[in-house]
Each structure stands twice: as C-alpha cells, then as structure tokens.
Design a protein around this ligand. Structure first.
Ligand SMILES: [Fe+2]
Length: 527
C-alpha cells in the first residue's frame, strides 16, 4: 500500500484501531518532514476517531488545503487500523498552519515547499482523482484482506468439516453396539458438544420409541441450558411432542416463540425418524460466535445435525431389529427347552435351573455380562440332544445297559448337530458338546481333560450335576443341598474343575430353591 501511495504522491499514516495511536509515516518524501510535527499528528489522531466508527470513511480536509484519504484496514472482518493518505493543494503552502507545522518540525517552510513541489506537486493535487484512486487501493487491499479472511474461513471450515466427519464416523461406529442405548445417546451428545459451536445439544425420544428402554420419554442434554432442565423439557414436549410435521422448519428463531424464545437464540430442530414415524427430536442452540455473523447457524452445522439425527433414526431401527431378533431367538430357545421337558417330566425345569446356576457361577467368576448371558442360554439348551434319544431309554428307571448308556452319551453330539446351523448359537456350542466332560478326562463325548475342556462346559458340568442330584428321579429321592455340595467338593479335581467347585459351593441357592418350587407346582411332581 505504501508503494501505491508513493505513486500517487500521498504520505501515509497508520492509526492503530485499538489504541487510536498514530504511527508516523516512515517515508514522507522530500520536504515532507513537516508532516511529523505534533500538530499534524494531533489532527490525524483527532480525525481518526471518527473514521474508525465509520463503515466507509470519506476524504476530508484536516487543514485548509490539506486532504486526508482514510481507508480501513481489515483483518478477519475486523478493522485493525486506519490508513491515512495525506496530500496538499497548492493553496496549502500559503496557509499559516503550513509554516507553523514546518517550524515545529524544524523544517524551513521555503525548502519544504520546494521539496514538496517535486513530490506532490503543488497545484497538481486532484482531490476527486486521488480520492477515487485511494478508494480503489482500499478496495484492492480489502479484497486481499477478504481473500485472506476467506482462506482463513475455508481452513476453519475444512478443519470443522474434518472434525465433524470424524465425529460422525465415531458416532456411527459407536451405534453399532446396541447393548446400552441408555448410555450411547448421552455419550453421543457429549461428544458432539466440543465439535459443534453450540452451548447445548439435546435429544428426546418420545414414548413410541419403545425399544430404547430407559431413554424413552427422557430428555438427554449435553452442555449448559440457559434455563432449568425441567422448564426446557416441558417446552420441548409441548412444542414438538411426537407429532410428525410435514412442513417442519429446522431452524427456528426466538421470534417464533416456544423453545427458541425460552433459550433466547436460534434453535436447530431435527426429527429422529424410524419407519416414517417420528420417534424423537434432536435440538441444538445458543451458538457461540465472536460476531453476529458467526452466531448464525451455518449450513455445514445444519447438515451435520441432520446427518446425526438420521444416524439416530438408523440406530433406533437397529435397536428395534435387534430386539426383534433377540425375542425370536429367545422364543426358539424356549421352544427347544420345552421340547426337552416334554420328553421326560421328571426333568421338567432342569434346563432352566442349570441355566440359572451356570449363570450364577459365571457371575461369581467375574465373567462379562455377555458371557454370563451365553452361559445361561447354553444351560437352557445343553440337553437338547436328548430329543434324538429314544424315550424308553431316557425314562428307564433301572440300570442302563452299556448299549443304552452308549445311546445316552450321544446326546451332547446330537445337540451340537441340531444347533450348529444357528449362527447365534455358536458361542453356546462348547457348552452343549462338553457339559459331560470330566476334569480327569473320564467324561464324554471326547474325553477332554483339565483346561482342555472349554470353560463354559466346565461351568455347566457343576450346575448340571448339582441339579440332577438335587432333583427327584423315578429311581431315587432328591438329595439335600449339603450332601450334594459335599459331593461336589469331594469331586473337585476329578470330576470338576478344582477352581470352580469351591466357588460353586459358596453360591446362594435361594433363587434356585424358588425355581424348584415353581417347577414342582407346574409338573405336580415332587422334585
Ligand atoms: Fe446332559
């Protein structure tokens, strides 16, 4: 800019926008020393205050015959300085202020005048032309600044986009885990908050979002609301209460009333939709920005929130399907269990009790909830292979022949064959196949030994034996708990895993006893 102005024979001053302090011209040209006088500085400083408050400051005479052309220097859309070009008309040299300024600056007025004659050229200063020229320079520089601002903004947007895309990716990945939706949605909101410039983000699922258990009808908020959560919750329910609005406006301003008026800011509202039904709403508001323009919600943010609400809709859909599948699976398992019970009334409820005890032992071992669940399911189906054994062998009260016992020993393998085609049964298969293996290697069907027997098989072996001994059979009465537990303790290291047996005998059997009573009532048999 200094070079441009030298071409135009303008002296340049800079006035810092923050301090209003004048930075003297570094190059005032021949004869221009008078510009450094205190009175000139005072004039520039005095006028600069006005220029800083104007959007387009206009050229003006700061002394008779002395013109100033102010231009605002911008950085990131903020005025950082006023650049002041100064030039003289020929008449200025005859003005008293010119002589006074020269003397003040220690310059001889005559030599200043002759120096300036070659620099600015008295009489040659064309105010309208210079004014236009400086405006053009200002525009060029403003454009340059705008370009710099645009580049900065683009970089910021790129960074924001990257962070947002990355967050979407993480949210999508997290939503593949369907086990704890109650935890997932609050976690999503908390992860979105630092990436998006909103003071708060909230999600509410309506009561038709049945499969989300603890989340249904609960408001999840991350960040700070400008009002109480209760008031906000009430306003959200009242305004958006589970209705599908075809002409839904996604960006609402405070003048529209309701939630935006309550929080005093623009609010983005996105519907969470599943199967064409609104199951919830995602809201974000009180955007943080350094300027009114930055406080406006951007199209990028709108897009991100839309993508997130879509993701939550898909998540809800997945949860619903998952629940459906689980119910179907549980139903299948129950049907299988009932079919085993139907074969032999003496063993009614045996599978459920083995499942219960197996799960308790797995819990006592500190296994994951998912593994505990697998042990429970494996317990329910562990004897499903008995479907393939003739009833007269299964119900035989007397001593079994070797051949009959050989038939009985086939049931783990048959169970395995029945279930191996069901993908969801895969983790349970070792429990079905190996629940009759013994720690010492004398079990069946494969005579596995020690830790070579899968843990789920060793767990079910304890539970299965306990229930078999504690139940009435056609050929003997039920044994008391203590006798059974003593037997299990005695067989630790031979029949049972020596680490599991001592733990098993410490379990609380109250729940088990309760089940026995219920099963007795159903079958009419004394267990
Ligand atoms: Fe069995």
């Amino acid at each position: 800019m200094a070079d441009d102005c030298r071409e135009l024979r303008l002296a340049l001053w800079y006035v810092d926008a923050q301090t209003s302090g004048v930075i003297e011209p570094a190059d005032v040209g021949p004869g221009g020393q008078w510009l450094r006088s205190a009175s000139q500085r005072d004039q520039i400083e005095h006028h600069a205050k006005g220029w800083l408050s104007e959007a387009q400051p206009k050229p003006c005479q700061i002394q008779p015959g002395c013109w100033a052309f102010p231009a605002l220097a911008l950085r990131n859309r903020r005025v950082t300085a006023v650049i002041v070009g100064v030039t003289l008309e020929a008449s200025a040299f005859d003005q008293p202020w010119f002589g006074a300024s020269c003397r003040e600056a220690g310059v001889d007025p005559a030599s200043a005048r002759s120096g300036l004659a070659t620099y600015t050229g008295p009489g040659k200063a064309d105010v309208p032309l210079l004014s236009a020229a400086l405006r053009q320079i200002e525009r060029d520089h403003a454009q340059t600044d705008l370009d710099a601002v645009a580049i900065d903004q683009f970089s910021e947007q790129l960074l924001d986009s990257y962070e947002q895309t990355n967050l979407l990716f993480r949210l999508a990945r997290a939503m593949n885990g369907l086990d704890n939706p109650e935890d997932l949605i609050p976690t999503c909101c908390n992860q979105m908050l630092p990436v998006l410039p909103f003071k708060w983000i909230a999600v509410k699922f309506w009561d038709n979002a049945r499969d989300l258990k603890g989340l249904t009808n609960r408001l999840v908020v991350a960040g700070d609301l400008p009002c109480t959560t209760e008031t906000f919750h009430g306003a959200v329910t009242e305004q958006f209460g589970g209705r599908r609005q075809q002409d839904w406006t996604r960006l609402l301003d405070p003048s529209s009333g309701g939630v935006p008026e309550l929080v005093g800011s623009e609010v983005v509202v996105d519907q969470i939709i599943h199967d064409d039904e609104v199951v919830g709403v995602l809201l974000a508001g009180n955007k943080v920005g350094n300027s009114p323009m930055e406080s406006d919600v951007s199209s990028g943010e709108m897009l991100f929130l839309e993508a997130t609400s879509n993701l939550m809709g898909v998540f809800h859909e997945n949860i619903a399907r998952f629940t459906e599948q689980r119910e179907l699976f549980t139903g299948t398992v129950r049907a299988l269990t009932s079919s085993i019970d139907a074969k032999d009334e003496y063993t009614r409820g045996h599978s459920e009790r083995v499942a219960y005890l197996g799960a308790r032992l797995a819990q006592a071992l500190g296994l994951d909830a998912q593994i505990v669940e697998q042990v429970h399911t494996a317990g329910l189906v562990h004897d499903v292979g008995k479907i393939g054994i003739p009833e007269d062998v299964l119900r035989k009260t007397g001593r079994l022949t070797d051949e009959e016992f050989g038939q009985i020993k086939r049931h783990p393998g048959i169970g395995y064959e029945i279930l191996k085609g069901i993908p969801a049964m895969k983790p349970m298969l070792p429990g079905v196949l190996y629940h009759h293996e013994r720690w010492d290697g004398n079990g069946y069907p494969e005579k596995l030994k020690g830790e070579g027997i899968p843990l789920i098989g060793r767990i079910l072996a304890c539970a299965d034996t306990f229930d078999a001994m504690s139940s009435t059979r056609s050929y003997r009465p039920a044994l008391p708990h203590q006798a059974v537990l003593d037997e299990i303790t005695r067989c630790a290291g031979t029949q049972f895993d020596p680490r599991l047996a001592p733990l098993f005998v410490t379990l609380n059997f109250d729940g088990y006893d309760q089940m026995v009573q219920e099963h007795q009532a159903l079958s009419g048999f004394a267990a």
